[in-house]
Design a protein around this ligand. Structure first.
Ligand code: TTP
Ligand code: MG
Length: 367
């Protein structure tokens, strides 16, 4: 095994992921479902695919995103219940409140998943293992739901670890066992390595972390581009990403509620051009320079509180496009007076950084 001085070895990151989240909420709220194979149908059941299913159903081969018809063929007694997004959102904010008791360094990844950096948490004499155990216990006591946890000094390892002992389990990868874990880790465990990629890697003789560690960085990058670079880094224990407390901003907007409702198009257009757009330009400048604009949007709330938003794909803040959007949004109100008017832009996604400079010592293999 190559001797590596691992950066960030002292960081303690916990990745929490709820077990069979949506469906566990449904079973909790309807005890008749307990002990049976249950799935939650897709949004409004329109697409006819499952959002998720419980572990009993998984034994039959039922999975998330599977067509209802296929799932029922695999498990004819499967109960498919409709989803209740508002309850999942509410449960998710209660989860977040629980996390806050341990650290403020929380990065939510989805409704049921988050990274917590507990490096500075004084509870349980700083034992991340005990902190994770306590978080899971509190979640169960307060929400009657089970969670799994992964504990590691690196984000990607914490995420992999939380899946190791699912459901209702946890897995610790201590700093001194990181390299052994990586060496024996099948590459499809790494987030972002799907079936197709894994097949391609295997065709080149790359099955585990050890295989990547024995390959040269140059050859990996030549063969697999960015993915090769990222795999090489991860398999050498390099994942310098911090737990990002603030979420990446997706849009910038400005809106105004009128003291007196307006219903003249000219009045509304003037207000938008003279007040809202200039304010939007000022507020969004720092973001648009760095990220670029992906879309423009106009929001209108009518005096009966009915609200509508109209958006188009567009790369710059352009008055003519906003005027068009305003007209279209207003036409949906069929002449109702307007209570609130807003304009916003969507920001382009942040590009992953390449050639990032890492500021730590690393004893690299010499092949
Ligand atoms: P996951 O955490 O991926 O899955 P899960 O919580 O149901 O099961 P587990 O973590 O124990 O493997 O996703 C969280 C929720 O997101 C899931 O309960 C439902 C929703 N979801 C979908 O709506 N569609 C999907 O394809 C997936 C994967 C998840
Ligand atoms: Mg989950």
């Amino acid at each position: 095994m190559t001797n590596v001085i691992m950066p960030n070895a002292k960081r303690k990151i916990i990745h929490i992921d709820m077990d069979a989240f949506y469906v566990s909420v449904e079973i909790r709220d309807n005890p008749e479902l307990q002990g049976k194979p249950v799935a939650v149908g897709g949004p409004g059941n329109t697409r006819g695919v499952l959002s998720t299913c419980n572990y009993i159903a998984r034994k039959y081969g039922v999975r998330s995103a599977m067509a209802n018809s296929v799932a029922l063929r695999k498990c004819p007694e499967l109960l498919i219940v409709p989803g209740r997004m508002s309850v999942y959102k509410e449960t998710s904010s209660r989860l977040h409140e629980i996390f806050q008791r341990y650290t403020s360094k929380i990065e939510p990844l989805s409704l049921d998943e988050a990274y917590l950096d507990v490096t500075d948490c004084p509870l349980f004499s700083g034992s991340a293992t005990l902190i994770a155990q306590d978080i899971r216990k509190v979640i169960f006591d307060e929400l009657q739901l089970t969670a799994s946890a992964g504990i590691a000094p690196l984000k990607f390892l914490a995420k992999i670890a939380s899946d190791q002992h699912k459901p209702n389990g946890q897995c610790v990868i201590a700093p001194d066992s990181v390299m052994a874990f990586i060496e024996s880790m099948p590459l499809n465990k790494i987030p972002g390595v799907g079936k197709v990629t894994f097949n391609k890697l295997q065709q080149h003789g790359l099955h585990t972390g050890a295989d990547v560690r024995q390959s040269s960085q140059t050859v990996l990058m030549k063969t697999f581009g960015k993915l090769g670079a990222s795999l090489w880094q991860k398999c050498h224990g390099i994942d310098n990403r911090a737990v990002e407390v603030t979420r990446v901003r997706k849009s910038v907007g400005v809106e105004h509620t009128f003291s007196k409702d307006k219903n003249e198009l000219d009045e509304l257009t003037d207000y938008m051009l003279q007040s809202l757009i200039p304010e939007l330009l000022t507020r969004s400048k720092s973001y648009t320079v760095e990220r670029g604009i992906s879309k423009l949007g106009v929001k209108v709330k009518f005096n009966d509180f009915h609200q509508t938003t109209k958006e188009i794909q567009h790369q710059d803040i352009d008055s003519a496009s906003f005027i068009l959007l305003l007209k279209e949004a207003l036409s949906r109100g069929e002449g109702k007076p307007v209570r609130l008017l807003g304009v916003h832009i969507g920001l382009k996604d942040i590009e992953p950084k390449v050639n990032q400079q890492y500021q730590f010592e690393l004893a690299l293999p010499t092949n």
